[in-house]
Every structure is written in C-alpha cells, then in structure tokens.
Design a protein around this ligand. Structure first.
Ligand code: AMP
Ligand code: MG
Length: 495
C-alpha cells in the first residue's frame, strides 16, 4: 500500500486540534497507523452548525482554507496520530472474516462542551490495510446520505454517530458508474463495533479480547466494573441499549438496510449509513437494500436481527464470561426491554404518557390497518397528531381507504384518550410524530443538485431535518407524499 503521501501537520492555532484517541492505548494489535490520502481540490459540501456548537467551536471555525484541507484528509490536525482499526464480523448471517476500517481513519479525539471525549473519524479518506477489494473512498452520493441521515436521526432524538462536515473532490471514483469522492467527518464517543470483539475471539486471542473488554467497560460502561462478572454485565448493558435502539427505529419507521455485526455499535448508536430508508407506505416486509435478496434486513426483521447479532457478541465474549448460562442470562433481557420500549414509543405516538395493554392494542390495531393499506407511515401518524390537536378529521381520513375500519378504530382511541385526561397530550404527539423524515427521494433531490455543485437543496433539507417536529410550511412538499418516481429509486450496498 502507498503510504508515501504524508499530509503535513497543520500548525494553526485557530484550527481544531485533536488529542490521541484513548483507543490508541490498546496498542498495535488493534490498529494500523497511517495517514489519510489527499484528494485534489477539495470543496465544502456541508457542515453541521449544531455539532460545531456542541464542540464549543466558533461559528466560523471552517473559514480558514486550512480547515478544508484538514477535513478532506489533505492535512492533519495538530496532535493527530491517525489510525485505522481492525475488526471482523458476520455479514448477512455468514462469518465474513477480517474486515476493519477499510475507508475510515481515526484522527484522534476532541471534547464537547460537556467535556465528553469524542472520536473524530474521516470516512472515505483512502486505502488502509483493511480495504480488501475496495478503493478506500466514499462517493458524494452516499456521503450526502450519511451526513443528512445522521443529522436527521439526531434531530429525532435517536442515538447515532454524528456528522460534523462533508467535503467533496472531483476525484473520480468508480461504482456502477463513474462518480466523485467525498469525505465525511464523523464523531462518536467510540466507533467500536460488535465485530471488534468477534475479531479477537474468533482468532483465539484472549488477551486482546480482555483488553478490549476492559477498555470498553472503563471508558463507556463504568458501572459494569463493580459487577460480579464485568464482561457479562457489559453484554447485558449492550443488550439493553441495542433493544432500546431497535424500538426507536421501529417506532419512527427507520430501516437500516445492512445490519451486519460490523455495523453494530457497542454503544447502541445507529452507525454506518448505507442503503437505509425511512418507510414510505407501511410494510413490515419492506427491504430497503436491493442486494438483500433474502430480505434478511427487512424492516420488520430488525429487532430479531439485532438479537441474532447480540448472540454473536455473546459468543465472542463467552471466553471472558466463562459460562454459557451466564452469557444467555445477559442476553435474556432483550425481548422484554424491546417490548417495553416499543410499547412506550407507540403509546407516546398515540399521545399517552404511559404504555398499557390498551395503548399497545390500539397501536397494533392502527399498524395492522396501515400494513393492509400501505398507508404512508410518517404522514398517517402526523395527520393523527394534527387531528387530535384540533385539525380537521378529513385530513386524517384522506390517508385511509377503509373508512369504516378507521372510524371504528378512532372511536376506541378517542374514548381511551378522554379517559386518560391529562395523561393524554396532543402536543406530545406533535413532538413525537415527525412532520419530516429523510425519504429517499429527498436525499436524491439534494444529491442531484450537489453533483452540479448546487448545494441549495442540501442546505435547505439539512435545516428542515434538524427540526423535524416543527411545521415548516415553506417546505410543505417535503412533508407530503413522495412523488411517483420515488418508488423507482434503488439502493444497494454500493457506496
Ligand atoms: P459496509 O458494508 O459499508 O459497512 O462495509 C463493510 C466493510 O467493507 C468494512 O470493512 C468497510 O470498511 C469496507 N469497505 C466498504 N466500502 C469500501 C471501500 N470503498 N473501500 C475500502 N473498504 C470498503
Ligand atoms: Mg460498515
């Protein structure tokens, strides 16, 4: 691999600096040191003012020319000793062997305003020893999708890796067609995946496995340290977080598309945005990824797949936990946590402060009707919220075909809402059921313009998605049904 191009270290006091990531202390078994590979003539595509504020950076942090060089991988921030980490994983249910950061490079870490350490990673920054057959690059199209969607999920209150900015270059990158390169700067407390644990376990390396587990406990799950069996406590904590994340995805209608174990965050964050999709018409069988022929990662299967992935993590941790029954016990809370959290989310979507058997039954009744009719998921929930907040019933009815079934359901629902009194809140519904989600066609509109160097749609969409619960009448078309051509968009793993 060509490592001759070593970006000059930047020495500009006004520019963001990083410190060595704590992860680096794990040692060379966990990563390879290397620098990003430069791209020609980088340009700005997008920045997140929210993320910059969270980091306590000045509003014009990006103005120096050198900032652009830095976030395209052409120069290193002061203090950076970059690295790419190694992991393995199961892809589509099959052991895939060694993977790793094939196109991501960890620059180091920075601290947000609350003094929380955040790793800073460039994605699309060139070849690494883990690139396998890939070119180390990410295309503008998929990078815009990642940037927008991580901002969108954050705006919805769903745990995710964050995006700080996105730069582009006219460097040609071959996918199905010739595209151009982009680099996303992502941040997270940790980018460690289930696959990192699987890597050392599968290769029979108990010492690094123990080191990694201790590292994750000490830095991210300190409460597990006091447990009788800390690795088992870690597995249980990850199980709980992952179950809660799945409930949130299902409630908002988010389909990840590629839930391989190397795309599962040990912190329960949404990570690695590829052929994801927010549902249009409600269909539990919907498969967002056209390369997923079996529908393994269909929308409705996500909770079961996450559980399967947790079992893979459990298998990896078994040598440290020491006993199969303790491993199974740590995984055991999954279904209960998922069901309780999903019931809570559904109750909240219906405006109830508390979930009960009745709220779950009502929600399931509505979901059943929506599944039969392929009702637009986001629009129907939002229309219900508006109606409960005093809007005309016709606007809700317009989303359904079987008016008698909807009428009967509404009667039951409104009776329960009345009974609940102050425990039912239409305002809460409007803060729970978004007016705006990132539909495929919206990303497509932003991408097509951005390819022509017109960033206006991307900027407008980005701003809309950071406030998804606010009515934004000037963007009413994005709060409506997708256009007909939206159903012809195909997404694959190619990114
Ligand atoms: P993904 O399906 O995008 O999560 O990627 C799975 C694995 O393939 C990871 O190890 C990635 O780093 C690697 N990978 C994906 N695309 C590329 C690429 N263009 N160049 C190098 N590695 C890649
Ligand atoms: Mg991945």
């Amino acid at each position: 691999m060509d490592q001759k191009v070593s970006p000059a270290t930047l020495d500009a006091r006004s520019l963001p600096a990083v410190t060595e990531a704590a992860f680096a202390a794990l040692g060379p078994a966990f990563f390879t040191r290397l620098s990003p590979q430069p791209v020609p003539a980088p340009y700005w595509v997008a920045r997140s003012p929210d993320m910059a504020r969270e980091l306590g950076w000045a509003e014009d942090w990006w103005r120096p020319d050198a900032a652009l060089e830095l976030f395209s991988g052409n120069r290193l921030p002061a203090g950076s000793r970059p690295l790419a980490s190694v992991y393995s994983g199961h892809q589509f249910g099959v052991w895939a062997g060694q993977l790793g950061d094939g196109r991501a490079i960890l620059l180091g870490e920075t601290r947000d305003r609350n003094d929380q350490a955040l790793e800073v990673q460039l994605k699309g920054s060139g070849l690494t020893p883990y690139s396998r057959m890939g070119d180390g690059r990410a295309v503008l199209r998929s990078s815009i999708r990642e940037f927008l969607c991580s901002e969108a999920l954050h705006g919805l209150g769903i745990p995710t890796t964050r995006a700080l900015c996105l730069t582009g270059s006219d460097l040609p990158v071959r996918r199905e067609t010739l595209e151009t390169a982009a680099v996303v700067t992502r941040l997270a407390p940790s980018f460690i995946r289930f696959g990192h644990f699987e890597h050392f376990s599968h290769h029979g390396l108990p010492e690094p496995l123990r080191q990694l587990t201790d590292f994750v406990i000490d830095h991210h799950y300190p409460d597990c340290r006091a447990a009788a069996n800390p690795p088992a406590a870690l597995l249980e904590a990850v199980t709980r977080r992952t179950a809660a994340l799945m409930a949130q995805w299902q409630a908002v209608g988010f389909s990840h598309g590629v839930m391989n174990t190397d795309n599962m965050s040990i912190l329960g964050l949404t990570i690695d945005y590829g052929p994801f999709q927010f549902l249009d018409g409600f269909d539990p069988g919907h498969i967002p990824n056209h390369s997923d022929h079996e529908g393994r990662y269909a929308f409705g299967r996500q909770p079961a797949v996450a559980r399967w992935n947790l079992f893979a993590l459990g298998q990896a941790l078994l040598p440290l936990i020491g006993a199969e029954d303790a491993t199974l016990a740590a995984l055991e809370p999954y279904l209960g946590v998922f069901e309780a959290e999903y019931a809570r989310c559904l109750a909240a979507k219906l405006g109830f402060a508390q979930a009960s058997g009745r709220t779950t039954e009502l929600a399931q009744g509505l979901l059943q009707l929506m599944a039969t009719e392929h009702t637009d998921y986001t629009l129907a929930w939002r229309a219900l919220s508006r109606h409960m907040a005093g809007g005309p019933q016709e606007d809700l009815r317009a989303h359904f075909i079987d008016q008698a079934a909807l009428g009967a359901w509404l009667g039951d629902y409104q009776a329960l809402a009345r009974q609940a009194g102050a425990e039912h809140s239409p305002e809460h519904m409007l803060r729970t059921n978004p007016a705006f989600v990132l539909r495929n066609y919206m990303a497509e509109e932003a991408i097509e313009k951005a390819k022509l160097k017109d960033l206006s749609v991307l900027q407008a969409l980005h701003a809309v998605l950071t406030r998804p619960f606010d009515e934004q009448p000037e963007h009413a078309t994005w709060a409506g049904l997708p256009p007909d051509w939206a159903s012809r968009i195909t997404l694959s793993c190619s990114s």
